[in-house]
Design a protein. Sequence first.
Length: 269
Amino acid sequence: MRLIIQPDYDRVSRWAANYVAARINEAKPTAEKPFVLGCPTGSSPLGMYRCLISLYKAGKVSFKNVVTFNMDEYRDIPRDHEQSYHTFMWSNFFNHIDILPQNVNILDGNAPDPEAECAAFETKIKSYGGIDLFLGGVGPDGHIAFNEPGSSLTSHTRVKTLTRDTIIANSRFFDNNVDLVPKTAMTVGVGTIMEARSVLLIVNGHNKARALKHGVEGGISQMWTISALQMHPKALIVADDAACEELKVGTYRYFKDIEAANLDPEAVK
């Protein structure tokens, strides 16, 4: 696992965006062999998406030959609802880049047979040969996607009941009314994420510090699903200083030291 520490959220977002752009450009994707990107929603990736839009407009990256699979979607809210993840992705990212609509894959939260929808999602990921880079954030309780504490570390795309902590955290998007937050969601599993060739998590803010501590310094546990990344051969976390506040001083210095000699993705043209 690599931990990239940046001073603030703006630098985290720029670092992540430049890393994604560099990976896409290195792959030289074509229509026949696209780059497959796993996409998150929520507040953590918003800065990265804004930076990626800027890079696209500057001609530094194209998404024409990129296929995306979103991490999750709420159950039983209209696709055009302002808080659906379909709306989130098109409003905050896809409408501003050159991605082809047919290359966007988002779970249908209103599918009449949710289990079949989840199985088809996994099958489609496999049809592309798997995900090249899975992006994600993390919840204050350490969950990745909607894999809440107690989720199997070998799980795949399925329907999940959301915990009260997650419902409360997400209520800020629903007028701070927990009664308006959907109680279930469809989500990729920890196993789905772990099967990606590489994973990049964005962790920012003091409220994520405990999750980062468990993910980096704690043991592997289904109660902190972020910890599964310790078993991934190419897992990378980019975090701001606020999110590192609960790390041991030695851990913080260790990761700062070993990354000092690595090339900043901002230098990649």
